[in-house]
Design a protein. Sequence first.
Length: 575
Amino acid sequence: MDNNIYAWLEKADDVMLDDFDPDEDESDGEVLDIPESSDESVENVNDSEMSCPDDSIRNDFRGYNKGKDNIIKWYTDPPPRNVRTPQRNIVTHLPSVKSAAKNAKTIIHSWELFFPNDCLQEITTCTNIYLSKIRDNYQRDKDVLDTDVDEIRALIGLLYIAGMLRNNHINLSDLWANDGFSPDIFRAVMSERRFYLLLRALRFDNIHTRNERKKIDNLAPIRTVFDEFVNRCISFYTPGEYCTIDKMLEGFRGRCKFRQYIANKPNKYGIKIFALVDSRVFYTVNMEIYAGKQPIGSFLQNNSGASVVKRMIKPIAKTGRNITIDNWFTSVPLAVKLLKDYKTTMGKNVMMLSTMHTQGDIDPNSGDKKLPEVISFYNMSKGGVDVVDELKGEYSVSRNSHRWPLTVFFSLLNIAGINSQIIYKSNTDIVIPRRKFLKQLGKDLCKTHMIRRQSIPTLSIPLRQQITRFSGVISSPETGTSTNGKAKCSYCPKKENQYTVVICATCSNPICKKHTTTICDSCISEDCKYRWRNIRDTYMGHKKKLGTGSPAILSKKKWPLAGHLSFLDNVEYER
């Protein structure tokens, strides 16, 4: 053992210190004081003291081969073990929800972080510009009415519901069919014709200024919406210590100058999107659309793998996180650059290239496979983007389209559904299946528009009842009355023209004798009793203020049936 150590020192003397004097004092040179009294002393020096010299000194004593550039050295032996964790592997920011996202305690509020009202208002404005352009092609203006934010939210909600039911590629006529095989929610929210028109007219930029912007940007049709969405993804969540950069491919076979073909992707052809994803919780942090060769201008950029990685990692710069990338992104110069910025990288380039792992230890958890730690770590962290792709595809909102901006927007909706659930879970610690999460999200997005639609006087009674069932809000529209004060039954078809003076004690809807059920006072529920008393008290209060004449109540307070409820006239007024 002593001979090996002194041989090591002699080699160090030849390489680093040509004028080294072995008799010189320790303070003037890099001499290791090695006692010769016992083997234990030598072993202690071997384990601790020999790891102290600088890496550049230690590496010179290891065998290596130079690369093609005659500069990079590929060492045949691993470097000596370090006791301390390298600075590049120290994470300085813990994963957590941040900024305004900390206050998102409900499903709809978590989703609104990524698509707030100002973003939806921008989409609404651009859509109305296109609707005004195509209005002349229709005979009736009411077929192409302008939309608003509530209707756009309802449109998005139906897309989520269709994806949740895995009906995103079913023909619209099948979704809106009234044959008992289609979900009633679609007919309750809007008509099939309106849904088709809005989906066709959906725009994300001003079509009148698009040609001018396309001269410097291939992504002009969706640049604003996409960049704002990405900025919100960055702003609301700090990723964990392990991240992945990889390519997504949004299936698209229409006309697009930067459409890509990737053989190992399910869709083969489509829009390529680079994504930075948390490898553990699968939160999408950053994205960039591959736009091909951009025109000369402010959007012109280098699309090489190293350049893409440098742009993608800006949100996590100098935080000590590890980035796993595949062979398309991996290069030694990139690894050196990331190492200087304290961002370690994992790359597969025939051989495994890693600036995080320094040893060739076998992972004890790999069993009989006996995989090196670098391989096990790569297998653990490489699938972040692939898992996001799988989650998007399971309940996708995407529909067949010949417009690539709409395809990108569908992708943003899918990612918003995933990211919002991660934030919701982080804030509330409530674990909910993704299917139920998307179902509730779609319902919340549609609710406001459904309630507003419920007040349309000409809406059919069965449709109004469906809206009441989904929204949970009971609406009593102004029911048409005959000359003798009777109202049409809520359940009878219009062609029967059945009038009645009786209303339901719970919902106040007019009902004829055929649709009336008699129940005694002891069997009626307490809730129904409470509602009936409210109706009675309200009627009697108005009657006392306006006089006993029912026409006064009918004309001034819009109580079309109150004057004909003779059995209430004798009820004592109570409070």
